[in-house]
Ligand binder design. Structure first.
Ligand code: HOZ
Length: 430
């Protein structure tokens, strides 16, 4: 495969955009080679400016559950755009999407839309602090909740990829209120509660972590977390920006019996347009301005074009929930194929699947937390990623991310990707 045009485009971008990218992970720093610059997508495929075609297992990092250029979503977006791109005033489509979300999640009576997952989580944390009158929050190392100040502490995703899980520019006065616990380790959470001088406002968790690779929380751990929050008057926030509508129609909440107090959403509810949301009980949400004193706002919040895309995507999913069986089967078959390819050449690999989300680590032991994830063979991952790309398979460019199947991912694409994994691992394990 030739990448000449992408290499030139990356160089040109580098002159005017920091690192040549608008979001760090995209720079391919954790793997070999330079990022292909994308020309267009169609169904389960991506096409770059050199004319290369890739099976897309990133799907814009999750939002495109129906693949690229789904005709229904495209039509809804065009229809909405013809009426105007933004009004900064209420529209009925916001209420329609809100109703669909409220109808799905037991823990949500009211929901507010914002423009990104980062904004959703940042706002949810403020609300939790406002409701409880406490400043401290508990987060888990390796979980990534966007890049707002309070949460950019020992974070996963790009922060882990670049080896800077915390960031300069974030005041220590603020991060002293972020207490760190270990994923799947309830004793570490108890310690945070014990250490908190001012009281814990909330515990925030990705119930299916997708930003340290795919690392699901154990059911017993989530249950104990719920009990601990109740016993201490802290709110439990499930960050389902990634797992929402991906792990199941109800995200992690369709899998676990544990109910959070607040939920953050994003990605799929925008179907590729910029949308985030946070929701909770009527009582909690009543603290939010203009009903209550906790302030939060946005000119483009509830943008009508983005709402139309999300509403169409969500209604398609709700009217055909069996898609999750097919998505899950494809994800499982892909991971079994990768694992067999690794076994065939004696390369250690562990895999996991939750609905349409999949993950693999070059590791010989189960990965239950960030420390385990950090032990995976990242050099092997980098070589594997490059070999797969050269064979037309587009995987997330860091071992601290998750892969996604879309309804446009065909059985033939899964077969092709498995074949590529056999060839690549045969080559890189020598
Ligand atoms: N933080 C995103 C993945 N977990 C990456 C976003 C992007 O680079 O587009």
């Amino acid at each position: 495969m030739g990448y000449d045009k992408s290499i030139a485009a990356f160089k040109e971008a580098y002159e005017v955009i920091p690192g040549g990218v608008d979001s760090p992970v995209r720079a391919f720093s954790g793997v070999e080679g330079t990022p292909p610059f994308i020309d267009h997508g169609k169904g389960g495929y991506l096409y770059d400016i050199d004319g290369n075609r890739y099976i897309d297992f990133v799907q814009s990092w999750g939002p495109l559950i129906f693949g690229h250029c789904d005709s229904d979503i495209e039509a809804a977006v065009i229809e909405a755009a013809k009426k105007g791109l933004s009004f900064g005033a209420p529209t009925t489509v916001e209420t329609e999407l809100a109703k669909e979300i409220v109808d799905l999640f037991e823990s949500i009576d009211k929901v507010r839309f914002v423009s990104s997952g980062t904004e959703a989580v940042m706002s949810a944390i403020r609300l939790a602090r406002g409701v409880t009158g406490r400043d401290d929050i508990v987060k888990f190392t390796g979980c990534y909740h966007g890049h707002s100040d309070s949460l950019l502490v020992q974070a996963g995703s790009g922060a882990a990829t670049f080896g800077n899980p915390s960031s300069p520019g974030v005041p220590a006065d603020l991060t002293k209120h972020t207490l760190l616990a270990t994923y799947n380790d309830i004793e570490s959470v108890k310690q945070c509660f014990a250490d908190s001088k001012e009281g814990v406002a909330c515990v925030i968790i990705e119930p299916i972590a997708g930003n340290m690779g795919l690392v699901p929380a154990e059911e017993s751990f989530l249950q104990e977390l719920r009990e601990l929050c109740d016993a201490n008057g802290a709110l439990l926030i499930f960050d389902e920006v990634m797992s929402g509508f991906r792990a199941s129609l109800k995200g992690a909440q369709g899998i676990t019996a544990v109910k959070p107090d607040m939920v953050t959403l994003g990605k799929v509810i925008g179907a590729g347009m910029p949308v985030g949301a946070f929701g909770a009980s009527r009582e909690i949400m009543s603290h939010l301005s203009p009903e209550g004193p906790v302030y939060q706002a946005g000119t483009l919040s509830g943008n009508p074009v983005a709402m139309a895309a999300g509403l169409t995507s969500l209604r398609k999913l709700k009217s055909n929930p069996s898609v999750y069986v097919d998505l899950g089967n494809k994800a499982k078959r892909l991971m079994e194929g990768f694992k067999s390819a690794a076994d065939a050449v004696g390369v250690p690999m562990v895999t996991d699947v939750r609905g349409s989300m999949f993950g693999f680590f070059f590791s010989d032991k189960p990965v239950k937390n960030f420390a385990d994830a950090m032990e995976n063979d990242q050099k092997m991952f980098a070589k594997f990623h490059k070999g797969m790309l050269d064979r037309g398979v587009y995987l997330a460019c860091s071992s601290f991310e998750t892969g996604f199947i879309s309804t446009a991912t065909t059985d033939e694409m899964i077969d092709d990707a498995i074949k590529a994994a056999y060839e690549t691992l045969g080559e890189v394990s020598k």
